[in-house]
Ligand binder design. Structure first.
Ligand SMILES: [Zn+2]
Length: 205
């Protein structure tokens, strides 16, 4: 079995709402690295490859560069958001169903990678794999580096655990009452992560 892995660096800010640590509650940035590994049970193709890296990486790279890079990762209900939206209406943000810890980012990014169908070209033999009961061998692992030496790695089993203990993780939608605001980026196939500012915040005095 082959495992393909690719890494990307991106810059993003975050802050925590449930901490006593002043550095952690202060909006601050990191140079993050996301490493996505894909295990494929399928044999090599006629070019003696599992798949071209460029094909596998294209959508994921676009998500990271267009959405995650130079964004503010925040708890979906972070109380500082209304002030930010009022003074910087177009700031780039990415909401999370909890504090955007490295663990949370890894989990949401792994879920997003599955939702986007990253590696879907490796499932050409999906039917036969199912017959062979090998479908579980197609597996992605996400590792997020907060610093060059600190990282969190997750596989789908961790997602199941997270869904048990963080209810909002599995039902992350409608965090603002405004239906025009779609924060379901984690489960969407496209590369957008529209977070926008809720209409309610626009009506300020
Ligand atoms: Zn930090």
């Amino acid at each position: 079995m082959f495992a393909l892995r690719f890494e990307y660096r991106f810059e993003a800010a975050h802050r925590f709402t449930k901490t006593e640590s002043i550095p952690c509650m202060t909006p601050h940035g990191h140079t993050w690295k996301a490493a996505l590994a894909i295990k494929s049970p399928q044999p090599l193709n006629s070019c003696e490859m599992v798949e071209e890296f460029g094909v596998l990486k294209k959508d994921w790279k676009q998500f990271l560069t267009a959405i995650a890079d130079h964004s503010f990762f925040h708890h979906a209900e972070d109380p500082i958001l209304p002030a930010l939206w009022q003074h910087v209406p177009s700031f780039r943000s990415l909401p999370f169903p909890g504090d955007p810890t490295t663990e949370m980012i890894a989990a949401c990014f792994l879920k997003k990678a599955y939702a986007m169908g990253i590696g879907k070209t490796l499932s050409r033999f999906e039917h036969s794999l199912r017959q062979q009961r090998l479908e579980n061998d197609f597996q992605m692992t996400m590792e997020i580096f907060e610093t060059p030496t600190n990282s969190i790695a997750l596989d789908p089993k961790n997602l199941e655990v997270l869904e048990k203990f963080v209810p909002s993780f599995s039902d992350f939608e409608g965090w603002w009452e405004d239906p025009a605001v779609d924060a379901r980026w984690i489960r969407r196939r496209d590369k957008k992560a529209q977070s926008g500012r809720p209409t309610a915040v626009l009506v300020t005095t």
